[in-house]
Design a binder for this molecule. Structure first.
Ligand code: CNA
Length: 250
């Protein structure tokens, strides 16, 4: 049996499907993964701009980085891979109403929601939002950036607390409720699919290892955990999911 047919068979047989997505999910939307030569880390040293300590040390400087991060995502759109995934979810829900289909994403671009996935856990936050570090109030980044002044970092209108883009920085814990739910659904899953992640970032990568069922990975390059998977595709996500959708006649 071909690997694609086997993948389709796994999808048909499974009831609790979890999909973990990483930066490779969005490269076809024109957003480079951060570690590539054209990625964000080639321009901004993560130690200087992407740690929570760097933020507290000089929030004004890190807000310039937040502005650029937001601008790089603002005009981009979901790609065919996001739409294929949403279509597969819809097929699964219709053909097996008792099933669950959860997308856990390490991405901060919001594309799964925009493409129609209905159950998305955002582990690393949402780049379109800013949050108050004191009271948790959420704001649209667009609004905050419009009124950014060059002297002071933006503050909360409710409590005057410091605002930060609502993304998880290095040295910060993951949002606890999102991580707890991600662990819970992973531990209950009978099929765990990884799409476009190098699996080097913890603790998201640990979810894969804890998952008890079948495992499939689609990633252009080899990862250190490839041997833990039943099916490994070193291919583009759009290519593999495109073939799945075709076989399922969706
Ligand atoms: P990563 O470590 O950059 O790995 C991405 C992987 O995707 C690489 O191994 C590539 O080989 C692979 N890849 C690239 N394009 C494709 C493709 N079209 N099809 C299949 N595979 C592909 O990224 P991870 O997500 O593993 O690391 C997690 C970080 C990156 C998280 O903190 C994210 O928030 C962060 N990030 C997010 C975005 C986004 O929101 N779109 C973009 C860049 C980085």
């Amino acid at each position: 049996m071909s690997q694609i047919k086997e993948f389709v068979e796994y999808l048909e047989l499974s009831r609790n499907i979890v999909v973990l997505t990483g930066a490779g999910m969005s490269t076809d939307s024109g957003i480079p993964d951060f570690r590539s030569p054209t990625g964000l880390w080639s321009k901004y040293d993560p130690n200087e701009y992407a740690t929570i300590d760097a933020f507290y040390h000089d929030p004004q400087k890190v807000w310039r980085f937040f502005g650029e991060l937001y601008e790089s995502l603002k005009n981009a759109k979901p790609n065919q891979g996001h739409y294929y995934l949403a279509r597969i979810e819809q097929w699964k829900r219709e053909s097996n109403p008792d099933s669950s289909f959860v997308v856990i994403t390490q991405n901060i671009d919001g594309f799964h929601h925009l493409a129609g996935s209905t159950d998305v856990i955002e582990l690393h936050g949402d780049a379109r939002k800013a949050e108050c570090l004191s009271c948790g109030e959420l704001y649209e980044m667009e609004e905050i950036l419009k009124n950014l002044d060059n002297e002071n970092p933006p503050c909360c209108q409710k409590c005057s607390g410091l605002l930060k883009e609502s993304v998880v920085m290095f040295g910060e814990p993951l949002p606890i409720s999102a991580y707890n739910r991600a662990r819970q659904v992973s531990e209950m899953s009978d099929l765990f699919i990884v799409l476009g992640s190098s699996l080097v970032v913890s603790p998201a990568n640990l979810l894969v290892l804890e998952a008890p069922g079948r495992k499939v990975i689609v990633n252009l390059e080899e990862t250190i955990y490839d041997s833990a998977f039943d099916l490994v595709f070193h291919d583009r996500i759009t290519n593999v999911l495109g073939q799945v959708v075709k076989l399922l006649e969706l």
